[in-house]
Design a protein around this ligand. Structure first.
Ligand code: FES
Length: 116
């Protein structure tokens, strides 16, 4: 588990980016749910943590594709592939992320550091 932050430092409607490889975005929705997905849009190299959070969806700040935080599915072009979702655990008022084992859907031209 990756410790993300104390719960109090992630207010509702806010997001934070974890600088892991690839980066992970953690969102606290207005409804009080916490979700974690890959931070990088699958269309191009944009940070979804910088996007617009509405309900359980995040809109990419670059070309406005929207990703469902619960499933990672994209429901508006130009992005076509989903982002990975990660499990979130809140323990003793600290937010943790359990990274997915699935391979990430990185946008064209991006690779994991240290890998071809
Ligand atoms: S970079 Fe996200 S939709 Fe283009």
């Amino acid at each position: 588990m990756i410790p993300a932050c104390p719960l109090v430092s992630l207010p509702r409607g806010e997001a934070l980016r974890l600088d892991v490889d690839p980066p992970i975005a953690v969102f606290h929705t207005d409804d009080g749910e916490i979700y974690a997905i890959d931070d990088t849009c699958t269309h191009q190299d944009a940070s979804l943590a910088d996007g617009w959070l509405e309900g359980c969806e995040i809109e990419c700040p670059l070309h406005a594709s929207r990703f469902d935080l619960r499933t990672g599915e994209v429901d508006a072009p130009p992005a076509k592939r989903p982002v990975r979702t990660h499990r979130v655990v809140v323990e003793d008022d600290v937010v943790y992320v359990v990274p997915s084992d699935a391979p990430p859907n990185l946008p064209p031209g991006l690779t994991l550091k240290g890998r071809p």
